[in-house]
Structure formats: C-alpha cells, structure tokens
Design a protein around this ligand. Structure first.
Ligand code: ADP
Length: 875
C-alpha cells in the first residue's frame, strides 16, 4: 500500500478507493543507468579480442561469448546496443542465432551485425539479412567501418534508451499526477462522503437551496421527514412546497438570499400537509446564506429541527398545570367542604355482623375519625384504635356484655377525631333480631356530646367557683382558692391581680399545677416591668377592660416580655404556650385581672375558654366588689356609730347648762321669796342663749354635711371684702377668745374684695378661728388677709397643740379628727365643711403644723377684683 494522498502515512482503505472509483495502486519504474553493452559472439577468442579492441574507443562494455547458446543466455540477462555475431560457428551458427534472437520480441529490434571470415556467396548474405541482421561484414573488414557502424548503433541504442527512460519518467510523473489527482478526488469524495454522512445522520434537518428560486440540491432524510415531502430535490422551494404559500417561508428565504444575512427562528408554527391533512408543526430553524468568494449569495443552507413534540409537551404541560391547578382548587374546595362536613359530622352510624365484627363500611365513621376503611373494617376490633386508651377496656367490656346478652349496648367514651382531638361521644348499639330470634346484625349510633359535656363541665366549674366565692368575705383568701380551682382545669398556672385604691397593682393570688413552681411564678411576675401604656398584656387589659387572648404564644412574646435572660429562662421553665387575660369587672369598674396560662403546647385556649374565663372573672369581680363594699360599709357603720356617740354627746353638752339655767329660772319664778334679780336673770339668759347658739351651730353643721352629701350646697355670689368678714367674725368671737385666754390679732392692710358668698366665707373664718381658739392652748392667734397673684390669701395661725404630719390631710375628711374625744369635743365636721366651701368658691385650703408649736391654715381664693389684686402682700 502506498501512503495516502495527505502524506501522513495513512493508507486509504481499498473499499474507499473503489468507492471513489480510483485504480489499484500504481507500480513504480526502476531506472537503468549502466554503460551500453555490446554482445560479441565468435567461436574464436582471438576474434573476440580483436573485436573488443576495435570497439574499445567507443567506450562500450563488450560482453564476449563463444557460441550462439551463450549469446542467447546473455540476452536473457540484459539488453545490448548491438550484437556482433560470427556467421560461421560450430553448432549453432550465426544465422541460426540471429533467427532465435529475432524470435524474442524484446530483441526484435536489437541490431545484429553478422561477420563472416571469408567472402560469402550472395545467398548467405541474403540469408543473413533475412534472419534479421542489419549488416553483413566479411573479413577482413575495416575496423573503422565496423567501429563507425557499431558506434552508430550504440548511439541509437543510447538514444533509444534515453527515450525509453524519458518515457518511463513521463509515465512515472503521469502516474504520480494521476495518483495525486486520484488522491484529491478521493479526498473530495471522502469529504463529500463524510459531509453527506454527517448531513444524513445529523439530528437536525438540513437542506441546501441554490439560486434565487431556492432549488433543492440536497436535503437530508430528517429534512424530508419533517417537511413531510420526498420529491423535492432539483425543485424550487415554491414548487416543492405549495402548502407554505402565505406562511412567510418563501419571503424569508428571498430575504436571506437578497440580503446575505442569516435568519433564525424559534418554535415557529408552520402549517404542513400530512397525508392530505393540514396540521401545525413547530420549528426552530436557521437560514444561513452560502456566499461565494466574491461575497454574493449562491444558495441557502437550511437547518431546522422540529419542536412540535416539545411545544405540544409544553402546551400540554401548561394545559396540564392549569388543569392540575383547577383540579387542585376543586380538590381544595371539596376538601374544605369535606372538612367542614366532617366537622359537622357529629353522628356516626355503624353496623356489625351478628358477632359484633364490623361488616359494612361506615362513611360517617371514616369521615369523623379519618380512619381508613381497612383499618376498622378488618374483622377484628380495629375501631378500638380510635377510642381513648383510658376508655377502651370499659368499652370492650360493655360491648362484649351486650353481644353476649343481646341487649342494648350503651357507653360514653372519647373517640379520636380525624384532627387527633378526642371528642366525648355517647354510643348506642341495638341488635337486629330476626323472626327466629337470631341476631342478624347490630346497628349503632355515636353522638358527639363534647359540647354538652363541656357546657356541663363549665357550668359545674362555675358553680364550684361561685360557691367558693360566696363562702367568705375575705376576698384575698377567696381569690387564692379560685386560683387553685382554675389550676389545672382551666390553666397550668394563673395569677390574680387587683388594683388598689391608690392605683397600684397588688398580686393577690398565684397558682401553679406544680405547687413548687408558685415561687417561680411570683419571681417572674415580680420582676416584670409594668408599663401601663403597654399595647398588650396585663396593663392593656387593666386599662381597656377588654380581654386579651393569644391561642398560641409566639417565641417573640418571650423576648419582648422578658426583661433579661433570667426572666426568659423562667418563662421557658414555666412554659407559656397559650394565654388569656380577662378583666375583673364590676359595676363598670375595672378591679383587676385574671391571667390564665397553658404551659404545654397541646393545650390551647379557644373562644369558649375565654368566655368561661370572663364568666369566672365576672363572678370573682362581683365577689371582690361585694367584699370591698361590705368592708367599706362596715367601716362606715363604725364611723357612723362613733359619730352618733360623739354627736349625741356634743348635742347633750349645751343642753345640760341650758336645762340648769332654765330650771333655776323656773324655780325662782315659783319661789315665794321673790323673783330673781334682773342681773342674775340676764346672766342666766346669756348662758341659755349661748347654749342654744351652740346647739344651732351643731345642727347647722349637720345640715351642711347632709346638704353637701346631697350636692345641694348653694352659693350666693356677691362682692365681699374678706378683710371685713374676718374683722367681724373676730369681733363676734371676742367673748370666746377671752374665755380661752387667746389674744386674737387681725392683719389686714386693706380691703380684699372678690366675688364670693359672704355667709359661707363667714362660716370658713368661723370654723378656722374656733379651731384656733379650741386647739390654741391659750396662746395668741393671728389672722391675716392679703392678696397674691390675683388670689386672696387668708392665714389663720395659732401656737397651740399642732397636728401630726400624718394627719394633715386626713383632718379635712368627714368625721375625721386628730384629737381624742375625751379632751376635745367636736364632730370632726368643721374642716370638712370648710374645705367643701373653699373648693366650691374655687379656692384651696391646706394645713401646716409643727406638733406642740401650733398650726397654720392657709386659704387661697380666686376672683379678687382687679383694683385690689396689686396690693402688696402681707409678709
Ligand atoms: P372638730 O374640731 O370638731 O373635731 P374639725 O373638722 O374642725 O372638727 O377638725 C378636725 C380635727 O382637726 C380636730 O379634731 C383636730 O384634731 C384637728 N384640728 C383642727 N384645727 C386644729 C388646730 N388649729 N390645731 C390643732 N388641731 C386642729
């Protein structure tokens, strides 16, 4: 095998060579480059030498043989330029030898010179020429002539040889050229074959269109397949595909051909003719212009792949997904319906065979429990799986009993619903008895009585709570009991908080399912910062009076609620998964709140729990309110009793001297010894009047208090000079002052006029002055009147017993006193009435005092007339 045309040593396969129409491997030509040889044939060696000598100048190689046979043998080995043959030789003579040489095609043209030793006759010479000799020489011959002749033949031989060599070379070159041409052809053929095979096997449809009319010159099988056509080669596209008319296919091809620019498309729909049927197929395609060296378009390479399958799959997938979506929605709806239906299922109908084995499907059982049919319909007691473990033994007992005695089966047990929650159900099964008395089957009914149960439980719980709440008026203890009642029925842990009179919060009860954790609850709650403005939790409930309910407490609640890690840890330890905080409301007032907590995730407060908690809180609030009212009423009764004893004492006190004086006056009137003298009578009457005045003051005070209580304190507004009122009252009190031993001074630099009620102002000054005299310990008393910042200022100052600082505000309350009844008489109403009047006039009153050193009562009143308001205040 010769190397391949690409010169890389690769050999062409013979089949390929054949396929390409190439000839078999070409033979190579061997070159001959030796000196020309002359064959000398003579039976006389001397003649041979002579001949050799004659020819030497020709520089030929002389091959000397002595017989015709040897000559023939030599000719087999090589070619000679000339043969010089002795005509006369023993055996085979020169003529014979010449004849035999001529018989060989190869030596037919080799010149033969016959030499004869003597002159031959004419016939011999003719014979010599007949046998093929070119010359016939007789001895003695002229060596020159011989040499010249031989030289001529050698030259001819040489030329011939050269010609032959040239011819060989030419042939070789030709062969080489031929080989190259063949190789090139082969290469092209192979490339074509390869391209063809690539195109043919390509997974895309390929076609070559030529010229402006887009004549098909090539189309691979896939192309033929996707265009649903087989007879398109050599035909213009428009003719091959009449069905593409109006589908922009040809317009695009024209455009590509004209512009020389490629065009590509993706998932382009094309209407195709398939066995006479129109159908839409989708293609990805490229129209690639094929350009000549000069750049003009000579054709178009069309590559296309059909994506109808994918498109259909995609459309189908989209359709499928849409339909799935629809189905899903429908399913969801039906599931929702089913769910609501199963929620609504509260009755289950079932039946068993005579032996008590479930024999038929019970859709209501399936719907309620979610149990698969084969689970409960297993010929055994698969349905028991749905009965609460604690109720199973009892249920089986009852059922076996009923079966055995063919009597009604009745049981209440908990059945696990499809959502995993147990529902209280009342089950009842009756045997269906045939005429022969045999039980044919059992039919039964389950009724969900959870709600009923729950209502009963709630009612009983509330009843217990109410009973507890009504046992005692010690509401702190009662609330603690309520907290204990709540845990664990309604909470894992709980707390009751009450608002105090001062507005602060008091935690009155805490309970935990595990009593040792109560401490932790206290600790947790103690450290909580109570932000009254918080938007959730206890503060919000206490502020708004509305319940707060978190069915499941998010983790963020812990972080937001806890102040530090310690609290977060406590919260985690105690657990807080569901929570309700309800207000304690009574008579429209928020008294506190009840906080209930479920620690375990399994327990969740639902709306009914919230209502129950609210109900409980309402009852607890009423109980607290009642207890508080009772406590207040008790205190009020106590105060009233005290007041009555003081009041009766106070009212009695002036009566005794009055009665004494009246009695002595009557006695004197009846006396025969003569009537009482005028002076004594006046003195008696003075005493009597003073006591009457005192009595009427006491009664006025009581009347005032009742008026104030009824909100009927009426004011008579007029311009009043406070300084003048003070002076007048002090004047009226002179006798009492002197009796008490107190020097009373008034400091009033000028009139202090304002719009007030004169009589009520007199009452204020009277009360303050009488107290100053009463508790002034006989020391000087000073009253001063001035103005300050548009207000009138009245100071009543004594140097008496003074008042403990703890009593300074209390003494203004009704019946409140800071001295003992034994030492000082009084009803504890004066300051109460005084403050009420001052406040009614828009002013204020306060007391300052150092016990043992005296007290000062300061009254400020607004409404001072402008002309007096600029006066210099009294220091
Ligand atoms: P009463 O004087 O009848 O007890 P008040 O309402 O006038 O009732 O006074 C209430 C209480 O205030 C008195 O009981 C007394 O303890 C205290 N008090 C009032 N004025 C003075 C005062 N000037 N000095 C000391 N204590 C006073």
């Amino acid at each position: 095998m010769s190397p391949g045309p690409d010169g890389d040593g690769q050999a062409w396969d013979e089949p390929v060579r054949q396929a390409a129409g190439l000839p078999r491997e070409m033979p190579t030509v061997r070159k001959v480059t030796a000196r020309p040889a002359v064959l000398l044939v003579d039976d006389h060696p001397t003649n041979l030498l002579t001949l050799e000598g004659v020819l030497e100048p020709l520089q030929v190689r002389s091959v000397k043989v002595t017989s015709g046979e040897q000559a023939l043998r030599s000719l087999l080995k090589e070619d000679f330029a000339v043969i010089i043959l002795d005509a006369r030789m023993p055996g085979m003579d020169g003529f014979e030898t010449a004849r035999l040489i001529r018989q060989r095609a190869r030596h037919r043209d080799t010149p033969i010179i016959l030499i004869s030793a003597f002159h031959q006759d004419e016939s011999s010479i003719i014979r010599g020429y007949v046998e093929g000799a070119v010359d016939y020489l007789t001895k003695p011959f002229d060596p020159e002539v011989l040499r010249a002749k031989v030289g001529l033949f050698v030259e001819l031989f040489e030329k011939d040889r050269q010609l032959k060599e040239k011819a060989v070379r030419l042939r070789e070159e030709q062969a080489e050229m031929l080989a190259r041409e063949h190789a090139a052809l082969l290469e092209a053929a192979v490339q074509r074959a390869r391209l063809h095979s690539v195109f043919t096997q390509a997974p895309v449809a390929i076609a070559l269109l030529q010229g402006p009319t887009h004549v098909y010159v090539y189309a691979n099988p896939l192309y033929l397949q996707i265009v649903r056509q087989h007879d398109i080669l050599e035909r213009p596209a428009r003719e091959a595909h009449p069905e593409f008319d109006g589908q922009r296919v040809f317009e695009l091809l024209d455009h590509v051909f004209r512009s020389g620019e490629p065009v590509a498309g993706k998932a382009i729909p094309v209407e195709l003719d398939t066995n006479g049927k129109r159908e839409t197929a989708f293609f990805d395609f490229v129209y690639q212009p094929l350009l000549t060296r000069e750049g003009s378009t000579e054709g178009i390479l069309v590559c296309a792949s059909e994506v109808t399958g994918q498109m259909r799959a995609r459309l189908k997938a989209e359709e499928l997904s849409a339909s799935l979506q629809r189905q899903h929605e429908a399913l969801q709806k039906s599931e929702e319906r089913f769910r609501s239906l199963t929620h609504a299922v509260s009755q289950i109908v079932w039946s068993t065979d005579a032996d008590g084995r479930v024999s038929t499907d019970s859709p209501s059982w399936r719907a309620f429990t979610g149990q698969a049919m084969e689970r409960y319909h297993d010929g055994r007691y698969g349905w028991l799986e749905c009965i609460h473990p604690d109720d199973r033994a009892r249920t089986v007992r009852q059922w076996v009993e009923a079966l055995r005695h063919q009597k009604v089966f009745e049981v209440e047990h908990r059945v696990r619903r499809h959502d995993g929650k147990y529902r209280h159900m009342s089950a009842r099964g009756v045997p269906v008895v045939m005429e022969d008395g045999q039980v044919r089957e059992w039919v039964g009914l389950h009724i969900d009585i959870s709600e009923q149960r729950r209502s009963e439980e709630s009612a009983s719980f509330l009843a217990r709570a109410s009973a507890l709440l009504s046992t005692s008026l010690d509401y702190e203890a009662t609330l603690a009991n309520v907290a204990l009642l709540v845990v664990p029925t309604l909470a894992d842990w709980c707390a009751v908080d009450l608002l105090t009179v001062g507005g602060s919060l008091e935690r009155v009860a805490v309970a935990h399912r595990e009593p040792e954790k109560v401490v932790q609850v206290h600790e947790l709650l103690r450290h909580f910062d109570l932000d009254w403005n918080a938007t959730r939790g206890l503060p919000k409930v206490l502020r708004t009076g509305e319940s707060e309910w978190l069915p499941s407490v998010p983790e963020s609640f812990f972080d937001a609620g806890a102040r530090d890690e310690h609290q977060t840890r406590l919260l985690h330890e105690l657990g807080l998964s569901s929570y309700v905080c309800v207000p304690l409301l009574s008579r429209g007032r928020i008294l506190g709140a009840l906080t209930l907590v479920y620690a375990e995730e399994a327990r969740v407060y639902d709306e009914r729990d919230v209502r129950l908690a609210e109900d409980l809180a309402r009852r607890a609030a009423i109980s607290v309110d009642n207890a508080r009212l009772f406590r207040e009423a008790k205190e009020a009764v106590q105060v009233r009793d005290e007041f009555l004893s003081i009041a009766s004492h106070e009212l009695k006190t002036p009566l005794t001297p009055l009665r004494l004086k009246l009695h002595s006056m009557r006695r004197s009137a009846r006396s025969s010894e003569g009537a009482m003298d005028a002076e004594t009578l006046r003195a008696h009457l003075d005493v009597a009047e003073r006591q009457v005045a005192r009595l009427s003051r006491l009664i006025d005070s009581l009347l005032d208090v009742s008026r104030i209580g009824a909100g009927k304190l009426e004011l008579d507004w007029e311009d009043v000079d406070l300084a003048e009122v003070v002076r007048e009252v002090v004047g009226r009190f002179e006798p009492q002052a002197s009796k008490a031993g107190c020097a009373v001074t008034v400091r009033a630099p000028g009139p202090v006029i304002g719009r007030w009620d004169r009589l009520r102002l007199e009452q204020v000054v009277t009360n303050l002055l009488s107290n100053a005299l009463k508790y002034g310990a006989g020391k000087p008393v000073e009253l001063s009147v001035s103005t300050e910042a548009g207000h009138a200022l009245l100071l009543v100052c004594d140097q008496g017993i003074g008042i403990e600082s703890g009593n300074l505000s209390r003494i203004f309350e009704r019946f409140e006193r800071a001295v003992s009844e034994r030492h000082y008489g009084g009803l504890g109403l004066g300051l109460y009435i005084t403050r009420t009047i001052v406040q009614a006039l828009g002013g204020t009153i306060e007391a300052r005092s150092t016990p043992g050193e005296g007290s000062t009562f300061i009254v400020t009143l607004p409404g001072v007339s402008a002309e007096h308001s600029l006066q210099t205040p009294v220091s």
